[in-house]
Design a protein around this ligand. Structure first.
Ligand code: PTJ
Length: 253
């Protein structure tokens, strides 16, 4: 890897790119994942590479959903594994969720490589290898899920996919939490809780909120019922467009 000087103005973004490249070299991330990274990076640049107030609020509501769930599952694809395996394992621990590998470009070899990578980062059990159930009305490989994993879940974290799975999961009456830097992505548009933020920042933020909410005995139902996903998406879109209408002026609550 080319050394990136710590004082380079785009240091963090360049290091992140290298992690995706490394993921491709290790057979974890798909080559399409390089393109997805570029799309995300452009939106993050426009957001100012920061967690806006509405995304932090959405992350808190996501934590409340995960803590209240009967069976929460965190879905992991090739980009998520390359960027934040340790953080996903930590979040799963914080909320008592399962981790499940679910891929658009699914091969058994890549599912195994990602599961192994998650175990190297502390995961005890990783689902997704069985693929013994299908999400109805989806024709591609992301439909393949574990019957005792995403298929059974009531709350699913769906990061980094601009696609139709989130809608299909909604049709199964599951609550979807989506992390995506693009507020107009199909997944963010149908999410019960869209978190418009970089996954690198969002996952530790959800875990921090989860631990705070759990320790303080906060009223999770009140937090959940007061959330407006449309307002959260609009606030992010205004922040990206650089509107003078500041993000903080319209709360998602
Ligand atoms: O590993 P696989 O085979 O399941 O494939 C995964 C990818 C990501 C290649 C696949 O799901 C895909 O093609 O995704 P898209 O359609 O490019 O969508 C990715 C979405 O994630 C886009 O809306 C990006 O803006 C967003 N995104 C990319 N990087 C980040 C991000 N959002 C948050 N944080 C990021 N770091």
């Amino acid at each position: 890897m080319t050394e990136v000087p710590a004082d380079h103005p785009r240091h963090d973004s360049l290091v992140t790119r290298h992690r995706i490249e490394e993921g491709v070299d290790r057979g974890i991330t798909s080559r399409q994942g390089l393109i997805a990274q570029g799309r995300g990076e452009a939106f993050d640049y426009l957001l100012g590479e920061r967690t806006i107030e509405s995304a932090d609020a959405a992350a808190r509501v996501a934590a409340a959903h995960l803590l209240s769930a009967r069976h929460p599952v965190l879905s992991v694809n090739g980009n998520v594994a390359a960027l934040c395996s340790a953080e996903m394992v930590d979040l799963a621990d914080a909320v008592g969720a399962d981790l499940e590998v679910n891929l658009f470009g699914r091969t058994d070899e890549r599912v195994r490589a990602i599961a192994e990578h998650l175990r190297e980062h502390g995961a005890r059990e990783v689902k997704g290898l069985a693929g013994d159930a299908r999400i109805p009305n989806l024709s591609h490989e992301r439909a393949k899920v574990d019957s005792d994993g995403i298929y059974d879940a009531d709350v699913v974290l769906v990061p980094l996919e601009d696609g139709d799975r989130a809608e299909a999961l909604g049709e199964m009456n599951k609550i979807e939490i989506v992390i995506d830097l693009n507020p107009l992505s199909r997944s963010a548009q149908v999410a019960a809780v869209p978190i418009i933020d970089n996954i690198i920042r969002a996952v530790p933020t959800i875990a921090r909120h989860a631990r705070e909410l759990r320790d303080s005995g906060a009223d999770l139902d009140a937090l959940i019922s007061g959330f407006d996903p449309h307002a959260a998406r609009s606030a992010a879109e205004r922040a990206i467009r650089g509107s003078t209408d500041d993000d903080s002026s319209r709360s998602p609550f």
